[in-house]
Write a protein that binds this ligand. Structure first.
Ligand code: URA
Length: 192
């Protein structure tokens, strides 16, 4: 891995760019195989993630892992998962625009180093920041766009699927579309 990656990961734990540093247990950098070409981006750590230092380890993470497994994707093997904001907003509120702006350099650097061919935005906060400020998950989920040579898609946040399980089949369709996209653009991901 490039040296800048480890340096930035270490410096994240000392980050004071926004007020979330005062209430976090730890910052959450990301998890996965840095050699992948598929990057999943969520919103921000919740309570369990803040405690354990890994994204999506709570109930919504368990659902995410299940959907990933259906399309032979695994955080321990062939994808990378991170969040727009690296520290937990208190009471799991949405991160503010200021907190997102303060944190974005970390994601930019992660994206530069990983150099993904595919990005999946998990939920509104991620999709509106990365794909389109007007992105509507219920209407535009699963739709692929290309920006700067990276193919991107937004889908339901797994926590939203826990609240509205009726959307699970649609989310699964999105993940099947992701599998097709990987086979088309970077089949080597399935050899990792
Ligand atoms: N929700 C997110 O968006 N990210 C996490 O890491 C956990 C829950």
């Amino acid at each position: 891995m490039e040296q800048g990656w480890e340096q930035m990961k270490d410096s994240l734990q000392r980050c004071e760019r926004c007020g979330l540093c005062r209430t976090r247990t730890q910052a959450v950098w990301g998890v996965g195989n840095p050699r992948t070409k598929v990057l999943l981006i969520g919103e921000a750590p919740g309570r369990m993630e803040d405690e354990q230092g890994e994204p999506f380890v709570g109930r919504s993470g368990q659902l995410l892992d299940k959907m990933l497994a259906v399309v032979d994707l695994d955080r321990k093997k062939n994808i990378y998962i991170t969040n727009i904001v690296k520290c937990r907003p208190p009471e799991n509120r949405d991160p503010s625009p200021e907190e997102i702006a303060a944190c974005l350099d970390y994601l930019r650097e992660q994206t530069r180093i990983l150099s993904p061919k595919i990005i999946v935005c998990l939920g509104r906060v991620s999709a509106t920041r990365i794909i389109d400020p007007a992105f509507k998950v219920t209407q535009e989920h699963g739709r692929w766009v290309e920006k700067g040579g990276i193919h991107m898609m937004g889908t339901f946040h797994p926590a939203a699927l826990l609240r509205s399980p009726a959307n699970k089949p649609a989310a699964l369709e999105d993940f099947l579309g992701l599998r097709d996209k990987i086979r088309q653009l970077c089949p080597e991901v399935y050899e990792l």
